[in-house]
Design a protein around this ligand. Structure first.
Ligand SMILES: [Zn+2]
Length: 134
C-alpha cells in the first residue's frame, strides 16, 4: 500500500522566467482524514491513522529558472553552491541560452547549468555607471 505523501507539481510562476514547483497532498488508499501526532526525536510528526505515513508538508523548493526566457545580457549569477560570477548570457539558434561566466575557459550551452543558479541579477548597461579602465 502506498503511504500518504506530497507530490511535486508544476505551477506557473511570476515573473514568467521562473517555473515554480508546488506540492500537492496525495492521500493513501485508505485515508480517512484522521491524523494523529507524535513526537519523534523531539520533532512533532503528523501521522495518518490508516497508513502511518508522515503527512507534514515538506519545505517548498525554490523556483527553477527557464533558460529560454532569460533576456540576453550581462548578469551577476548567484550559484546554489555559493559564490557568484559575472556572466554573459546569449541566445542559441534553437532558442536556448548559452552562458559564459568570465572565469570559465569556454561558453556552456548545457541548459541544465541554469538549474545550478539560485538567482540572476541583470546589469543594466544603459544606466550602470562605468569607470574607464586604466
Ligand atoms: Zn495515509
Amino acid at each position: 500500500m502506498k503511504k500518504c505523501g506530497w507530490k511535486k507539481v508544476l505551477v506557473d510562476g511570476e515573473p514568467e522566467k521562473y517555473v515554480k514547483t508546488g506540492l500537492k497532498f496525495c492521500p493513501c488508499k485508505n485515508f480517512n482524514g484522521i491524523i494523529y501526532w507524535q513526537y519523534f526525536g523531539g520533532e512533532k510528526r503528523y501521522i495518518c491513522s490508516a497508513c502511518h505515513g508522515d503527512t507534514r508538508k515538506p519545505e517548498e523548493e525554490k523556483p527553477l529558472i527557464v533558460p529560454s526566457s532569460i533576456k540576453c545580457g550581462i548578469y551577476i549569477v548567484y550559484w546554489k553552491s555559493g559564490g557568484s560570477s559575472i556572466a554573459s548570457i546569449g541566445m542559441m539558434a534553437n532558442g536556448g541560452r548559452w552562458i559564459a561566466p568570465i572565469n570559465w575557459v569556454r561558453t556552456s550551452e548545457d541548459q541544465d547549468i541554469f538549474n545550478d543558479i539560485e538567482r540572476l541579477k541583470r546589469i543594466d548597461i544603459d544606466t550602470h555607471k562605468l569607470t574607464e579602465a586604466e
